[in-house]
Structures are given as structure tokens and as C-alpha cells.
Design a binder for this molecule. Sequence first.
Ligand code: TRP
Ligand code: CA
Ligand code: ZN
Length: 320
Amino acid sequence: MKFSVSGRAAAVCAASTLSAVMLLTNGSTAGAAPAGAPSTAAAAPDISVANVKAHLAQLQSIATANGGNRAHGSTGYKASLDYVKAKLDAAGFTTTVQQFTSSGRTGYNLVADWPGGDANRVLMVGSHLDSVSAGPGINDNGSGSAAILETALAVSRAGYQPAKHLRFAWWGAEELGMVGSRSYVNGLSSANRSKISGYLNFDMIGSPNPGYFVYDDDPTIQNTFQDYFTGLGVSTEPETEGDGRSDHAPFKNAGVPVGGLFSGADYIKTTAQATKWGGTSGRAFDACYHSSCDKTTNISDTALDRNGDAIAYAVWKLSA
Ligand code: TRP
Ligand code: CA
Ligand code: ZN
């Protein structure tokens, strides 16, 4: 079964409406093994770091053309959202733009559903798309935004038909206190909330002096990421400090199993960490965190490549 790539009109919710839109297209099991046959899970694709970097270059251009940032309430934010949405629409996703208001300015979440899969078991993948006003936000969080965009496009290219329903989200106003993701979760009925079997968060995954941190939360999700890095021969550390610091927090607070990856912000890399991961001890993982120098040069291609591939691995594994 092939999906049409003709443009899908996006539903734009009224400003006051934040209820989740459940998009139930069909209960088709196209591509599934016949009853009784052993089910063979499709292998996750390699995510092209060149493609991820091409999205980052676009986000940088958008910031440059809009006063140097992509912050909540700015033209640079809206242009970033329009860029991501156009790619997803062309790839056959059903996109929804949700509006909210924070600090007197309109913010937006972009939600993209991949048609098919079990609507009662939804795997969600999200990243915040806003930057701080100080700079273009290429590592924070163009990196997560671009990597999940490329993962979504890989789902489309593969014609992947997982058992679970896949939903990707780009959150607004994370930098103002996870406003967009919180409004999304608050707008879900308890029935719809309980259908989300997992939420994977990616906020800063290309830090220039990187660490490899796996959120220490849901054990199944954590083990899935750890297995991937073990296979690469890269050691990881558990990320515990992040519990309240990114968009997985509202999901976790609502009882949804969460996990994610993080390559480090303004904390200093220790000598032990530099020994196992390379890079420079005594320096921040991201010395340009929340600064004007968080631009396309502020990325480790190796970290972006490894983390992008780990995202695809986990999305395939956890949705099969
Ligand atoms: N959420 C922070 C930001 O966007 C970044 C951050 C700091 C973070 N510590 C974290 C993200 C731990 C995930 C986990 O500025
Ligand atoms: Ca790759
Ligand atoms: Zn961030």
C-alpha cells in the first residue's frame, strides 16, 4: 500500500482549542505478516546526517532572515514551523497546527500523524522547535527538531507500517517553561492520554563537545537506546537531571512512559567523560548554550549522526 504524496490540508485549531485531534484513518494491517507467520520486524534505516544538517542550514537561514532567532512569538518561529510542516505534508503526514498564548504572544505546536497503526497504542516523538531570543538555536533545539523531521521522512520513504500509531510533534515555547507541550498534554482527555504508550524527547543532541546521555526513566525505552549505543561501542551515562527540564516532563507527570537522548548543555565535561567520549575536559558540552553562537558551527556531526540513528532505531523498535 502506498500513500499519496499529494498535499494534505492541515487542520488549524481555533485558538482556544487544544484538544488532541485523533486521526483514525483505517484499521488496515497492510504489510503485516499473514496470521500464523512469524513476524519479522523491519530494520530501522540509517538516518543521513547530511540530510539532518541540511534542515539545520534551513533553520539557520530562517533565523538570519528574521532578526537572528527563532524564539516564541517571532516570525522566525513561525517560519521554522512552516518549513517543517511543508516537508511533512509532502511526505504524506497528516499535520495539525495547535495555537496557544504565552506572554501575550501566539505560540504554535505542530503535530504530525503517520496514517495507520493501532490508534489505541500511540508512540509519540517530540522536540521543541523554539530557540531562545539570544540566538538561532541550532543545537538547542534545531538538532532534535531536524533529527526527528528526518526520522519522520524516513518513515515515509520506507512506507513503514508499524503496529503502533506514530505521532511526531514540534513544540512551541519550551524555553518559556515547556508551554507548548504542557498545553498539548493538558488538552488530552484522560482516555486519549492513556493511549500514548510512550513519549520520546530530543532536546540538544548535537552538542559540539558531546556527551551521550540517555534519560533514566522508562526502563524499556532507556534499554532500547542503551542497546543501540552498546552496538556502536559508545558508552552512555544516565540523564537524571533532565526530569523537569524539557518537554517530556508534562508527559511524565501525566503518567506516560518517557525517554530520550541528550548531548549536554552548559555543564562541564569531566576528565573521565573526555576519556570515554573524546572532546575537551574542563569545557562545557555546549559553550554556546542559549547564546548567539548557537549556530550551524555549534554542532558535532558525530553526535548528531549517532543520535539521529539511535532515534530511528528506537522509533522502529518501540512501534513494531
Ligand atoms: N531544556 C533545556 C533548554 O532547552 C536544555 C536542557 C538542560 C536539558 N538540561 C537538560 C534537556 C536535561 C534535557 C535534559 O534550554
Ligand atoms: Ca546516520
Ligand atoms: Zn532546548
